[in-house]
Design a protein around this ligand. Structure first.
Ligand code: SF4
Length: 259
């Protein structure tokens, strides 16, 4: 079975879904968001990155499925007590070898652990359909409602993102819609209204919206990879975040600021 590369298994994570979680970060992503704060997640191949002492370290390794299931199950008590679980993230998890993902998801679900899938949506719909029976929650990114802007800042249009979001909603998936917000680009009133209108027209059922204001904590990673940093955006104002939060809440959708 083809094994994907994983670049981090983060225990005690509190930003990738409810409760205390273990997040598995898969390496490789089909798009290139200019604000990406995990530059080491983008390439599907292993690469060298300088550690904090300036020593090159190889990023990306494989795991046997049993090994990974055992590793995440070590914290089952914390998941149970906090309403947490495991999150598959990346990079883009749904662009990884499907047989491996399904076997891993089965192993985790067999132990009764909550499973969340963090996706950018630019993935084959058949992969989402296949993982659906095992996924308790989707953390679904919507970066731009405008396809041209999506194309300009991520390298891909948003048609698949919207189509897959509708698909998951129609299938009854539990969706936490994650809106990365960039000042004057997608936090404007126009973009907010277009997003709300699209969600309403398409009868998208959203359990929660997470507003994720842009940050540039990942700048140093580009340097450590020997790449030019593409993070050059501005943070939305608190007033703007509050207005966006209020607009979603008015439509009955709970909103959280932050992951
Ligand atoms: S989808 Fe996520 S991992 Fe991929 S480039 Fe965008 S921010 Fe980075």
């Amino acid at each position: 079975m083809q094994q994907p590369l994983i670049f981090n298994v983060q225990k005690f994570s509190t930003h990738d879904g409810p409760g205390i979680r273990t997040t598995i970060f898969f390496k490789g992503c089909p798009i290139r968001c200019q604000w990406c704060h995990n530059a080491e997640s983008q390439k599907f191949t292993a690469e060298r990155m300088l550690d904090k002492n300036g020593v090159p370290q190889l990023i990306g390794r494989t795991y046997e499925i049993d090994e990974l299931v055992k590793l995440v199950a070590q914290d089952q008590l914390f998941y149970d007590q906090s309403g947490g679980g495991v999150t598959f993230s990346g990079g883009e998890v749904m662009a990884q070898p499907l047989p491996y993902l399904l076997a891993l998801a089965q192993g985790i679900k067999r132990r009764g652990i909550h499973l969340a899938i963090d996706t950018c949506g630019v993935v084959p719909q058949k992969n989402l359909a296949a993982i659906l029976p095992y996924a308790d929650l989707f953390l679904y990114d919507l970066k731009f409602i405008d396809s041209q802007l999506h194309q300009r800042y991520t390298g891909a249009g948003n048609e698949k993102v919207l189509d897959n979001l509708k698909f998951l909603s129609d299938q009854g998936a539990v969706i936490d819609l994650r809106l990365i917000l960039l000042k004057d680009l997608n936090d404007t009133e126009e973009m907010l209204q277009r997003t709300l209108a699209w969600v309403q027209e398409n009868q998208i059922r959203i359990a929660r919206v997470s507003l994720l204001p842009y940050h540039d904590f990942g700048r140093d990673k580009y340097r450590k990879l020997g790449r030019e940093c593409t993070q050059n955006f501005a943070v939305p104002t608190d007033e703007r975040l509050a207005a966006i939060k209020a607009a979603w809440e008015q439509r009955g959708v709970p909103v959280k600021i932050g992951g």
